[in-house]
Design a protein around this ligand. Structure first.
Ligand SMILES: Cc1cc2nc3c(=O)[nH]c(=O)nc-3n(C[C@H](O)[C@H](O)[C@H](O)COP(=O)(O)O)c2cc1C
Ligand code: SF4
Length: 528
């Protein structure tokens, strides 16, 4: 009887040699006349153990990792096909504490199924959400999403149900569902994992969104740097079409939903929803004025729901298990779970899906195992390049949209990037402003000009110009306020937050040779 071995095809696992490992396992099995079936699954999200190979045994799946091609012969000798002992053996996958303590709802099938197999998806509760939605009126679907408390996972945390209702209520001959798969935030990869490891769940979520608002066409706007996700999505779309899950008559319901993947041009601003629409229409990715809201006048001027990959991929479980099931997870107004992406200076990087309320400290210490360098944590940037730098003293803050807003931070798309005590926070502040200057779409003055002037002012502060030190800090804070208040979109409106957080929490890094406002020279010697 054939033995099933899982070797991830996830982009991170591939970058660590997963293809060569799969090839070596196939060749070794052939040379030993063993009947082995290799399935290329998604990653379980334990990136420090990739390529992590799993073997289906009578006791369950047994994991080994990280496996290199040179380890393969030894694994066969150790009878890994029957769960044999080896230094690389990690035990039963489901018992690995990193996974066991998670609450995987959106990522329920991640690493378990073959992402290219619709049958495998169906065998693991796939398309149950769509089946439920097909029995409901559009308004009832929208109500279920509203009742679940699901808020947009792309960054702004806007309630998904309210957006859907606005689109449902807009009368039009054509409506669209657009999936924002631009995933531009630093240290984030949950969208990519879903698209590579469980693409049908996104297709199902978009189909449900189409039924809910009356849209018959959907686009996945995918960042150009994700070729593996593109292949996985296109294969899944073809399979769904062939079996009647996409097309003119989905599941014999008489309702149509068509879906296409569109490759993005590769600009951070194209993740902003209105720039994304411009880009999708074939124009330069530049921010549109709002109103009109995209839900009323979006793609090609038609009512359009734009949601992040994780938002849409979470919809099927809500329709399948019910709004109350999902809403029962979380804290305050942050309901459900969030796939957090742990990156930067930590021993163990990867995907942690937990209900809102888990603290940064739990994430970094329990899942991350502390810093990779072994030095103390100094700062954590949560929510991508526009997120504030959180100091070590605030690590007990629960991950909750409101709790983060209260400390001047944001949860955003759930990226968590850790820095140890060797980080230069003045350099990080400069990086934030420079990022904004480079990525600015140029439509509004506070961002286009302000970010460039901001870099110059930070450079003058870092240079330690004694005579102008205090004045430059006043100028920088004033400039940040202007950008926050006057920018057209959140790129210019939020880029000041990492800068201000660095000034507020790590002021000493700006005091090279110069006195500061918080640490002024004695009266009489003061400048400015
Ligand atoms: C500069 C900028 C970049 C953004 N990049 C992304 C992105 O890469 N992916 C994403 O889903 N949302 C991104 N957003 C948020 C989108 O504008 C929008 O809020 C989101 O697609 C809505 O989906 P959601 O409600 O499901 O989060 C970005 C916003 C800004 C201002
Ligand atoms: S804030 Fe920056 S990116 Fe946003 S509209 Fe203004 S110039 Fe463009």
């Amino acid at each position: 009887m054939s033995i099933t071995v899982y070797v991830p095809r996830d982009a991170s696992a591939l970058s660590l040699g997963a293809d060569a490992v799969a090839k070596a396992i196939g060749a070794e099995a052939a040379s030993r006349n063993l009947d082995v079936r290799i399935v290329r699954n998604g990653s379980r999200g334990l990136y420090w153990l990739e390529p992590m190979v799993e073997v289906e045994t009578s006791a369950g799946r047994v994991a080994y990792g990280p496996v290199q091609p040179t380890d393969v012969m030894g694994l066969f000798d150790a009878h890994f096909l029957h769960g044999g002992e080896d230094v690389l053996k990690l035990g039963l996958t489901e018992d690995i504490s990193w996974l066991k303590s998670q609450q995987r709802l959106t990522f329920a099938r991640m690493g378990i199924i073959d992402p290219r197999s619709l049958d495998d998806y169906l065998a693991h509760d796939g398309y149950r959400g769509l089946a439920a939605a097909l029995k409901m009126e559009p308004a009832a679907i929208v109500q279920a999403v509203t009742d679940s408390g699901l808020r947009g996972r792309g960054g702004a945390a806007f309630p998904a149900g309210i957006k859907w209702k606005t689109c449902l209520d807009a009368a039009a001959d054509q409506k669209y569902i657009v999936c924002n798969a631009d995933e531009g935030d630093s240290g984030t990869f949950s969208d990519r994992m879903i698209m590579e490891g469980d693409p049908f769940v996104l297709i199902e979520g978009m189909s449900i969104a189409g039924l809910a608002v009356g849209a018959t066409h959907g686009y996945i706007y995918l960042r150009i740097e994700y070729p593996h996700a593109q292949r996985a999505l296109e294969a899944a779309i073809e399979a769904a079409k062939a079996r009647g899950y996409l097309g003119d008559n989905i599941c014999g319901s008489g309702k149509a939903f068509h879906l296409e993947v569109r490759m993005a041009a590769g600009a951070y601003i194209c993740g902003e929803e209105t720039s994304l629409l411009e880009s999708l229409e074939g124009k330069r990715g530049q921010v549109r004025f709002k109103p009109p809201l995209p839900a009323i006048q979006g793609l090609f001027g038609k009512p359009t729901v734009i949601n992040n990959v994780i938002t849409l991929a979470t919809v099927p479980i809500i329709l399948d298990r019910g709004a109350a099931f999902y809403r029962d997870y979380g804290m305050g107004r942050s309901r459900g779970t969030l796939p957090l992406q742990l990156a930067g200076n930590v021993k163990r990087t990867g995907l942690v899906e937990r209900a809102f309320g888990v603290t940064l400290r739990e994430l970094i210490e329990e899942y991350g195992g502390g810093t990779a360098s072994g030095r103390p944590v100094r700062a954590v940037q949560v929510g991508g390049p526009l997120g504030a730098y959180i100091p070590a003293s605030q690590l007990d803050t629960p991950i909750d949209y409101e709790a983060f807003a209260a400390i001047g931070g944001m949860v955003g798309h759930g990226g968590v990037v850790v820095f140890d005590d060797t980080v230069d926070m003045a350099a990080q502040a400069r990086f934030a402003m420079e990022f904004c200057a480079i990525e600015s779409c140029g439509k509004c003055t506070p961002c286009r000009i302000g970010s460039t002037r901001g870099v110059e002012v930070i450079d003058r502060i870092i240079a330690g110009d004694m005579a102008e030190r205090a004045r430059n800090e006043v100028l920088l804070r004033d400039l940040c306020q202007t950008m926050v208040a006057g920018s057209l979109c959140a790129l210019g409106g939020m880029a000041p937050f990492p800068v201000l957080s660095a000034l507020d929490h790590f002021h000493e890094d700006f005091d090279r040779s110069a006195p500061s406002l918080l640490n002024p020279l004695p009266f009489g010697e003061r400048v400015g």
